[in-house]
Design a protein around this ligand. Structure first.
Ligand code: NIG
Ligand code: FE
Length: 414
């Protein structure tokens, strides 16, 4: 089934290049009614309205009067880890903060202990299961970070799991090294020593080509602005693309650093200021919001509306991880961005497709339904884009195609 036509699409909604879309342009999506698309060789070769599809002598697929969008792109996940931390949820409900739990040796440290103890095979099995469930929600590309190994051996183990998943497909994965996720207990009194280990690990990661991006958790009690800058500058010189967990809990200079270093993404931004938003917009950094994390930490959502109004290019991701976002549900994150953070459905679509593709440097062939791009798309069991947001919390993904291959069929894998 190399060549096919999808017809009877009630609504086809997609952003259009060039990417990223910033400010007002985020809402400027293309919406076709009574539409069709044509794919050949894994790429889109035509998109249109009406019965123009009939001239193609290819297999015909009935979209059943549903909505079609590009496959979603989750540009921030901590995909690979062992164990769970539901015990901390109780502590948080009783009033302890995320950073208090981390400082007391819990939080990220608890997951590091479990991840170090897990075999590569076990980590692979857990992550494979998650990726499959993400596929059922329409996620065709995911970024995946290390950061629960912290020593060289366990960081490389994690990145090798990501490499195996990436080689296997069907989703495209983009790997990020996040050695600077927390200061490991064994380096408690030797910050400089740990930064030295991060640099040595970056070299090893580069030599094995295990990651494209380097990330840092720039936060009070974690890594300072200066330490983050030192790590990111070293990574940049080795050829890594850069991103930052910026101003998640406190304004720690992360967004400012992302603008100064022209990172591809600044992520979280709950505590970032209006000036930070304007600087990110001016520097062309994609501002990435993580509504599921805010919800789970019971904090206000990042101010996506203000970011867009100040001209930023916004992306939405899940932050899937065992501590602050134990959910990989990107459609739910999009719905929360609309219902809780003032984005419009059109903006949220751009923020989960073309803008994350742009930040990940794959917008040349992913993130929108345009002739020449990979035929990655979702057929929903719902008639229009508004309806997808309106029925929040329900999975209405019917079929998913990646590079023209059907990977979800009627809500099931295969
Ligand atoms: O993005 N902020 C740092 N990392 C994750 C949380 C990781 C964890 O708690 O295990 C985040 O929120
Ligand atoms: Fe994160």
């Amino acid at each position: 089934m190399d060549k096919f036509v999808v017809y009877n699409i009630k609504t086809l909604a997609t952003p259009l290049g060039p990417a990223p879309k910033s400010g007002r342009a985020m809402a400027d999506i293309k919406v076709l009614k009574n539409a069709y698309l044509v794919a050949a060789g894994g790429k889109f070769i035509a998109v249109g309205e009406g019965d123009g599809y009939q001239k193609y002598p290819y297999e015909k697929i009935d979209a059943g009067g549903g909505l079609v969008t590009p496959a979603f792109i989750d540009a921030h996940t901590h995909l690979v880890f062992a164990g769970s931390r539901e015990d901390e949820m109780q502590r948080k409900l009783r009033g302890e903060s995320y950073l208090d739990i981390l400082a007391s040796g819990g939080g990220i440290h608890a997951t590091v202990a479990k991840t170090r103890a897990a075999s590569e095979e076990e980590l692979y099995r857990l992550a494979r299961e998650t990726l499959n469930k993400m596929l059922l929600l329409g996620v065709g590309v995911a970024e995946a970070k290390s950061g629960y190994g912290l020593d060289k051996e366990n960081e490389l183990k994690t990145l090798r799991v990501i490499k195996r998943l990436k080689d296997e497909g069907p989703q495209r994965l983009v790997a990020t090294y996040l050695g600077a996720h927390a200061l490991p207990a064994e380096y408690k009194n030797d910050r400089a020593g740990y930064i030295g280990l991060i640099k040595a690990t970056l070299e090893a990661v580069k030599a094995e080509e295990l990651a494209e991006f380097c990330d840092v958790f720039c936060e009070e009690g974690v890594f300072t602005y200066e330490e983050s800058r030192e790590i990111l500058a070293f990574a940049r010189d080795l050829g890594f693309k850069l991103r930052i967990h910026a101003d998640e809990m406190t304004n720690s200079g992360g967004a400012r650093l992302a603008s100064e270093m022209k990172c591809r993404f600044a992520d979280h931004l709950l505590a970032a200021s209006d000036e930070d938003f304007a600087a990110l917009a001016a520097a062309g950094v994609v501002a990435l919001v993580l509504p599921l994390t805010s919800f789970f930490l019971r904090k206000p959502f990042a101010r996506a509306r203000e970011m867009i109004d100040r001209g930023a290019a916004v992306a939405i991701a899940t932050d899937y991880n065992p501590g602050s976002s134990p959910s990989y549900n990107l459609p739910l994150a999009m719905q929360m961005a609309v219902l809780g953070a003032g984005m419009t459905p059109a903006e949220a679509l751009t923020a989960a497709t073309l803008n994350p593709a742009s930040g990940l440097d794959i917008a040349g062939f992913k993130g929108s339904i345009e002739v020449g791009k990979d035929a990655d798309f979702i057929i929903f069991d719902c008639p229009n884009l508004d309806y997808f947001f309106y029925r929040f919390g329900e999975n209405r993904v019917r079929d998913v195609y990646l590079k023209g291959k059907k990977v979800v069929n009627n809500g099931r894998l295969g």
